[in-house]
Design a protein around this ligand. Structure first.
Ligand SMILES: C[S@@+](CC[C@H](N)C(=O)[O-])C[C@H]1O[C@@H](n2cnc3c(N)ncnc32)[C@H](O)[C@@H]1O
Length: 264
């Protein structure tokens, strides 16, 4: 493949997609874990199949895959990025769920193999929930909205470090709400896909927290559509203390999520 071939990024994506199945990384795990019993797939076969799958998807996309206007893609931190010169009409996003995934860790195979980082932990910097908010928890919590404060205090009695992590996440998401308002045109709309989680037996109502944050930021209305989803991973339940488990419990993990639609 010539170095300047326009197809090179497609092959990188295909390579990135097969890294887990071609390693002993535990399939569908939400935390990095080694599966000692796993037989990694043959790299060449998996790569060719992946490229074939992607080629078929392009064919099926038909006209939708035809070259149109070039998108302007910015790779940036939503908390600090300069606002676009022209306000945007629509924001669609699927923000992180608190305490569920450490994305930098989960994507480490791709980040390291494709050279995005020397040490994948660098990529944790700037991710939502990692800001410190000078916590100084005592002062930091004052900036939490009503629902955020309630959840953080409930959690605090169980696990103060977890409460601090959740407070960091909530404060970042409150800032996200403000930034979205700042980026949008006067008739703009923002959509968020977000689910609720359990942590240490406490329900973390990410959707209710974000709704309050959006209204507080200045959005006029927020509609919530509930969306049932099939189980995403191999351990789709929480046990009594909030740990993941494969056994059926009354706490399915992300059995539903919400689409919040916020209007200015
Ligand atoms: C629930 S995932 C959404 C994944 C996306 N829908 C997809 O299919 O690839 C949340 C995403 O938010 C990104 N994220 C975390 N902190 C961010 C920040 N400060 N600015 C922009 N994106 C961030 C994570 O890297 C992760 O990809």
């Amino acid at each position: 493949m010539p170095a300047r071939s326009k197809y090179r990024p497609v092959f990188y994506c295909a390579f990135s997609a097969i890294l887990k199945s071609c390693s002993r990384w535990q399939q569908r795990a939400i935390k990095p874990a080694l599966d000692p019993d796993k037989m990694p797939q043959d790299v060449r076969k998996a790569f060719l199949e992946q490229v074939e799958l992607m080629a078929q998807a392009f064919d099926e996309a038909g006209d939708a895959a035809a070259p149109g206007p070039m998108p302007d893609i910015w790779h940036a931190n939503v908390l600090t990025v300069t606002a676009p010169a022209q306000p945007v009409d629509l924001i669609v996003t699927s923000p992180p769920y608190v305490t569920s995934y450490e994305y930098a860790d989960l994507h480490q195979l791709s980040s390291l193999w494709l050279g995005y980082a020397q040490d994948y932990r660098e990529l944790r910097i700037g991710s939502i929930g990692s800001s410190q908010h000078a916590l100084n928890f005592r002062r930091g919590h004052a900036a939490l909205n009503h629902i955020g404060r309630q959840i953080v205090f409930t959690l605090y009695s169980q696990d103060s470090a977890a409460a601090e992590a959740v407070a960091n996440y909530f404060l970042d998401m409150q800032r996200v709400a403000e930034r979205c308002l700042e980026f949008l045109s006067t008739k703009g709309m923002a959509m968020f896909v977000i689910g609720n989680t359990y942590y240490r037996g406490v329900e973390i109502d990410n959707a209710a927290h974000l709704t309050e944050a959006l209204l507080q930021a200045g959005f006029r209305s927020v509609r919530a559509a509930r969306r049932r989803i099939s189980n995403k991973c191999a351990t789709p339940y929480r046990d009594g203390v909030g740990r993941y488990t494969r056994s059926r419990t009354p706490r399915p993990l992300y059995a539903e999520e919400f689409v919040l639609i916020a209007h200015i």
